[in-house]
Design a protein around this ligand. Structure first.
Ligand code: ADP
Ligand code: MG
Length: 702
């Protein structure tokens, strides 16, 4: 029988464990596994052997080049390709790939954002192999390339990327969790890791139409556009039947992802027209981060094959939902226990309750940081608006845990609410059990059975930042707990006391109601929870004293690294808005205004010819339209001039906070002012004259 396509293709482009076992001498493979498990430094001989095996495999598959694939602060991935070719003694080429080349690379790093960490004249940066994430092959027009996941650091060892702090944070949380577990007698646990499953939302639009919109090309979102007559109000797209063209894309996407070992699992239509989602099965945090970068890259690539364009921007279209990424996160031991699994009787599960208390404490103490970790310029359009979680960080626990927590606060927990049978009222339907807790879709940080779902992330964001933040803050809470409990004279009593004390202190961050309601905003304010409206306002929390101490204590980022990241964040914000402003000016000046002038002229011509033909004809429609368009045209021109003026002013502001704030407060407002009259004109101008595809064309004609 022929194999199923998943079995045929899964992992074929990955140098995974099976392949290592097959290609490496037995003893080398064993030492390699040992190194991996212990986290010890990699021996040169082993590195050489792995490099050799990797090369043989890649060459067999037709690879000509290899690359150290890394994740600089741009949020996208970077790579520089080298061929396997080496100088030969005779005229024949020799193909070489040594252990040294596998573990270390040296891209010229001067043009990556470093936030002042590296002067251009000190351009050295190193990439170091992350041997816990498997190498893979990428096939494209350049041929086949062996891609080696790496971390990227400066000459003096500072992290220049998103991966290094993530790997550091994984060690931090492991160390502290192992300490805690020892106290409970789990002496066999050597390592704890975080599992992450990111759900990815995206839009697909027709590529020919996309290419007619400079705003989509340059900024990833529409900067102009009147609403289509239909939006998402009928809820008929959500989970709806998938259109043929989109289905063909999804099929291809799955195959490409499966080849790369990405466990692509779920696909469906999302709320907005032309919006979809893909969710993989969770994996260890660093692999999941690599995979999510691949997912975004492959989505873009595969879309083009179908003459579609994949939009990963958080808010490609005003008036309909934007896109996010749900980051499902849990902590598991190397012996296979999910520490966030409450089991049937959470009230008796002290290990679970202690880890839960750590998460609650971590989130409450560091809400600002979490909020920042989910921010990018695009996500400012969503957070706090009525479609994404509010910008206020709170935790949803659900009925069952909420009840346990209440009991703990009052004294001692002695029971857990159990799931019951679902009554559908229909006899032919099978009996199903319902979960002890319903879902909550409005919470930014929701407990969902055996994991937390951090729902604030923007769709285009690298998940490295949110996860290293989460790992670091939870590690820090666990460290406090371990410090306290290791000195305890009576562990049983003290651990319960600690859980109770922590919950009482941090209970204010728990909220099980509707996160979209106005009542909640007022209530959150009463509770003293931060409500940070924008990315620019969140950035300072990256360098405040509390954050620096925490990240340094956990060895995730030091002060200099944090300061550089704050700079980069300001810079990214300013540059993004600057590009948007310039794109708007370009479109208004070269496309909208000339087209509207043409239309106005056609109205004037028509009025004149009618007048010439008859002095009695009613020309009020044409005249009204002419007047209305002319007045909106004048408004457009004025707003354009203002936008150009303030954008030029922004360039003279001091880089960093001052400039970013100016972009947010002044330039962004000027952009809105320019958009308004153009969108109004779009509703009245003859479509023959309209220079770009409309929302209707983009959202409904895939
Ligand atoms: P939703 O109902 O939230 O849309 P999905 O099934 O689409 O749920 O996505 C849930 C995501 O959570 C998947 O990526 C899944 O693999 C992941 N997930 C499930 N269990 C865990 C876990 N223990 N730790 C981390 N992620 C998990
Ligand atoms: Mg979800």
């Amino acid at each position: 029988m022929e194999k199923n396509v998943i079995e045929q293709v899964f992992g074929t482009d990955v140098f995974n464990d099976d392949r290592m076992r097959e290609k490496l001498p037995k003893d080398v493979y064993k030492s390699w596994k040992k190194t991996l498990e212990s986290g010890a430094d990699l021996d040169t001989d082993i590195a050489n052997a792995v490099a050799h095996a990797m090369k043989e495999w890649a060459l067999d598959r037709g690879a000509t080049h290899y690359t150290h694939w890394f994740q600089p602060m741009t949020g996208v991935t970077a790579e520089k390709h080298d061929s396997f070719l080496s100088p030969a003694t005779d005229s024949r080429p020799v193909l070489v790939f040594s252990g040294k080349e596998l573990i270390k690379g040296e891209p010229d790093a001067s043009s990556f954002p470093s936030g002042g960490l590296r002067a251009t004249f000190e351009a050295r940066g190193y990439t170091a192999w992350d041997c816990t994430s498997p190498a893979f092959l990428r096939e494209d027009a350049a041929g086949v390339t062996l891609c080696i996941p790496t971390a990227f650091c400066s000459y003096t060892g500072e992290a220049l990327d998103k991966k290094t702090p993530l790997l550091r944070s994984m060690e931090a949380i492991s160390k502290q969790a192992v300490r805690i577990l020892k106290l409970f007698g789990y002496n066999d646990v050597k390592k704890v890791s975080c599992s992450v499953g990111p759900e990815q939302e995206y839009f697909l639009v027709d590529r020919d139409k996309y290419l007619q919109r400079k705003d989509l090309i340059f900024t990833g979102r529409t900067l102009f556009g009147a609403p289509a007559p239909k939006g998402q109000e009928l809820d008929d797209h959500y989970f709806g039947t998938i259109k043929e063209r989109v289905a063909a894309f999804m099929k291809d996407l799955n195959i490409e992802l499966w080849k790369l070992g990405v466990l692509s699992k779920t696909q469906h239509n999302e709320v907005a027209p032309a919006q979809h989602e893909m969710a993989p099965i969770f994996a260890t945090a660093n692999i999941s981060t690599d995979h999510n970068q691949l997912v975004m890259e492959v989505m873009k690539k595969v879309a083009k094959r179908h003459n579609l364009e994949c939009l990963l921007h958080e808010k490609p279209f005003a008036g309909v939902n934007g896109s996010g990424k749900h980051n499902n996160w849990s902590i598991v031991t190397d012996t296979g226990i999910n520490l966030l699994d409450p089991g049937k009787k959470p009230h008796e599960n002290t290990v679970f309750l202690l880890f839960l208390a750590a998460v609650i404490k971590a989130v409450d103490n560091n809400a600002e940081l979490l909020r920042l970790s989910a921010s990018n310029p695009g996500n400012d359009h969503r957070l706090g608006a009525n479609e994404a979680p509010p910008a206020i960080i709170s935790i949803f626990l659900g009925e069952q845990l909420e009840d346990v927590i209440e009991q703990i606060v009052k004294g001692d927990a002695s029971s857990s609410i159990q799931g019951s049978q679902l009554d559908t009222g229909v006899h032919v339907l099978p009996v199903i059990r319902k979960d002890a807790t319903d879902r909550n879709r409005t919470s930014p940080f929701a407990f969902t059975g055996n994991k937390f779902e951090f729902r604030m992330l923007g769709s285009s964001l690298s998940i490295a930042g949110p996860n290293f933040t989460l790992n670091a803050i939870v590690a820090d809470a666990l460290q406090d707990f371990a410090d306290e409990l290791e000195n305890s004279g009576n562990f049983e009593t003290d651990v319960k006391e600690l859980i109770k004390k922590t919950i009482i202190e941090h209970k204010k961050v728990i909220f099980n109601g509707d996160g979209y309601s106005d009542d909640w905003i007022a209530e959150a304010e009463r509770r003293g929870l931060p409500n940070i409206k924008s990315m620019v306002e969140a950035i300072p929390y990256l360098v405040c004293d509390k954050t620096v101490k925490l990240f340094e204590r956990q060895n995730v980022l030091n002060k200099v690294e944090l300061e550089s990241r704050a700079e980069i964040n300001y810079e990214i914000y300013s540059k993004t808005i600057n590009i948007e402003a310039k794109t708007m000016a370009d479109m208004a000046g070269k496309q909208y205004i000339p087209s509207i002038i043409n239309y106005v002229k056609s109205l004037a011509d028509s009025i004149n010819s009618i007048k010439a033909a008859s002095s009695e004809a009613d020309i009020s429609v044409q005249t009204n339209l002419l007047n209305k368009c002319s007045s909106l045209l004048a408004k457009t021109q004025k707003a354009l001039a203002n936008l150009e003026k303030v954008t030029a002013e922004a360039a003279n502001k001091e880089e960093g906070k001052e400039q970013a704030t100016f972009f947010k407060e002044v330039v962004f407002a000027a952009m809105e002012e320019l958009r308004a009259p153009v969108d109004e004109l779009e509703m009245i101008v003859d479509q023959e004259y309209w220079p770009v595809p409309t929302y209707g064309d983009l959202l409904f004609e895939v």
